[in-house]
Design a protein around this ligand. Structure first.
Ligand code: MAN
Length: 516
């Protein structure tokens, strides 16, 4: 049956009335398409499938038989499985539905136009829905307007922050140059003082030889492994000194035979590499070390068992405390101390003149150490500031003032914390350590709204699973707040975060575009 139908009506006549008029200019309406597509469906001509694949007599349009591969000859019937049906929905938003929903006895279009032959009586509720939608849109627009006021403040603050960072960087770079000069100076003073000290100590050499060897760090042996040891351990594992540790390098060490079956399987190796095939020093310190440490401590007998509810944490490896990047650690200082063992630790009684020279050398060494530390600290600060300058804080720096701010969300089991541009963490309410769900990576929103989604990844590896990661969806809200956290698939977290930084009326309006 030729099912296409033609309404002849006044341009101004209402479609929903269903009446046809013949007067003045005529409008032809083909079922299932918007009027904008009418030029492609002209009853005076043969119909060309929209993909250009076939030319058909117009009588085969909407004849309930699918001819075109793209389904374009049957916009108003369910004949083509890949077709779509246009609901005009006057009073609300026009929409396309799949062709298979046409005449299936379910009202899909709010104007009921999809059920024209099924006998299903559909009520046209487009006007009610439209009113509701418009109210919602008004509220959203109002929120966007209100939020935008705060957003404007954030933009200004963001730009100020960026310029402050730039100024600070210039200053710190200057300080760094100066610190290098100071270090050179202190080094020369130290060399001279040590030369005088060594000469004075010559006469004590035979006496010292009889002194018992000073006992070195006996006290430390019982101590737990410190983070700086991670770096040494990395170097040890990196047997080819390539700057990264591979599966094969892990497989050479029995420590990593988790299930004690005599071989370190690839799976076991990957677990210790935090789900990766290879890790660099940074990745090692940030994540892999947390997996390795408990096993190493067990092996060395320095592991102090965690309370019972910590077992899961231990399996997964957990972040024990934040290691500040490039921090001049206690262990490093200790290493320097050991390297330049202080003569005063020895029990020898020097004459007054020698003692004065030893004191002078000690103080020169201390000053030199301080100068080195200052350089190290400045370098770390320069890197931190450079990182911030390069960071993408949004089209207008609107997210800059949120950098480092932390927000919490609590559900029945966990407390989640999102520290923007830093990391996402999860803490079980029943105790145990923090689990890192991911470190800041990048913006992952769609092209037209890039700054609507953030990705944090390289979190702690899941047992036999991926490394944890989180996607944060940002929406407009009057205050910055973590609204929800879910785990849609194991070890992949989804968070909703509202913030005035997202209240950009321009973006909101383009989202609400529809064809009424
Ligand atoms: C912990 C939490 C959960 C996660 C499991 C996976 O319990 O991080 O979110 O699903 O580990 O083992």
């Amino acid at each position: 049956m030729n099912d296409f139908f033609i309404y002849l009506m006044l341009v101004a006549a209402s479609f929903s009335s269903g009446q046809s008029h013949v007067a003045g200019s005529q409008v032809v309406h083909i079922r299932g398409i918007p009027t904008s597509k009418n030029p492609f469906y002209s009853p005076d001509r043969d119909f060309e499938c929209l993909d250009g694949s076939l030319l058909l007599p117009f009588s085969r349009v909407n004849d309930d038989y699918c001819d075109c591969a793209d389904g374009s000859d049957e916009p108003g019937t369910a004949a083509c499985t890949n077709g779509s049906f246009y609901c005009r929905n006057a009073g609300h938003r026009a929409a396309y539905i799949p062709s298979s929903w046409v005449n299936d006895e379910i009202c899909d279009c709010c104007d009921g136009s999809d059920e024209y032959a099924s006998g299903k009586a559909c009520v046209d509720n487009c006007h009610d829905l439209g009113r509701e939608a418009r109210l919602e849109a008004q509220k959203a627009a109002e929120l966007a307007r209100e939020g935008n006021k705060i957003r404007q403040e954030l933009l200004a603050r963001g730009k100020q922050i960026k310029s402050e960072i730039k100024t600070r960087l210039v200053k710190i770079r200057g300080d760094f140059e100066e610190a290098q000069l100071t270090k050179k100076e202190k080094e020369a003073i130290k060399a001279q003082a040590e030369e005088r000290e060594n000469a004075a100590l010559e006469k004590y050499k035979p006496v010292e030889a009889e002194q018992p060897e000073p006992k070195e760090h006996e006290d430390n042996e019982e101590e737990q492994l410190s983070d700086s040891e991670a770096e040494d351990y990395f170097k040890m594992l990196d047997s080819d000194s390539s700057g990264s540790i591979t599966i094969i390098e892990i497989q050479t060490r029995a420590t990593f035979d988790k299930n004690r079956d005599g071989v370190v399987s690839e799976e076991e190796a990957i677990y210790f590499l935090n789900g990766q095939k290879e890790v660099t020093l940074d990745e090692f310190l940030d994540a892999a070390w947390a997996n390795i440490k408990p096993f190493l401590m067990l092996e060395q007998g320095t592991f102090k068992p965690a309370p019972a509810d910590d077992v899961e944490g231990m399996q997964d490896g957990t972040e024990e405390h934040d290691k500040e990047e490039d921090e001049y650690t206690e262990a490093e200082e200790q290493a320097v101390d050991e390297h330049e063992a202080q003569p005063e630790e020895q029990q020898v009684q020097y004459d007054e003149e020698t003692q004065a020279l030893v004191d002078e050398a000690n103080s020169a060494r201390e000053n030199f150490k301080q100068a080195e530390k200052a350089i190290h600290d400045l370098e770390a600060e320069i890197r931190r500031l450079e990182d911030k300058i390069d960071r993408d804080y949004g089209a207008e720096e609107e997210f800059a003032s949120l950098d480092g701010e932390c927000f919490e969300f609590t559900d029945s089991e966990y407390v989640y914390s999102l520290c923007l541009f830093d990391k996402v963490r999860q803490k079980s309410k029943s105790g145990g350590n923090d689990i890192v769900l991911g470190y800041w990576h990048e913006w992952v929103g769609p092209e037209q709204n890039k700054y609507s989604k953030m990705k944090y990844d390289r979190g702690l590896a899941c047992w036999n699973g991926p490394t944890r990661s989180a996607i944060i969806t940002l929406t407009c809200g009057k205050e910055s707040k973590l609204i929800s956290v879910t785990e849609p698939s194991r070890c992949e977290y989804a968070m909703e975060f509202s913030t005035p930084a997202m209240c950009n009326p321009n973006i909101e309006q383009s989202n609400m575009h529809d064809e009424l």
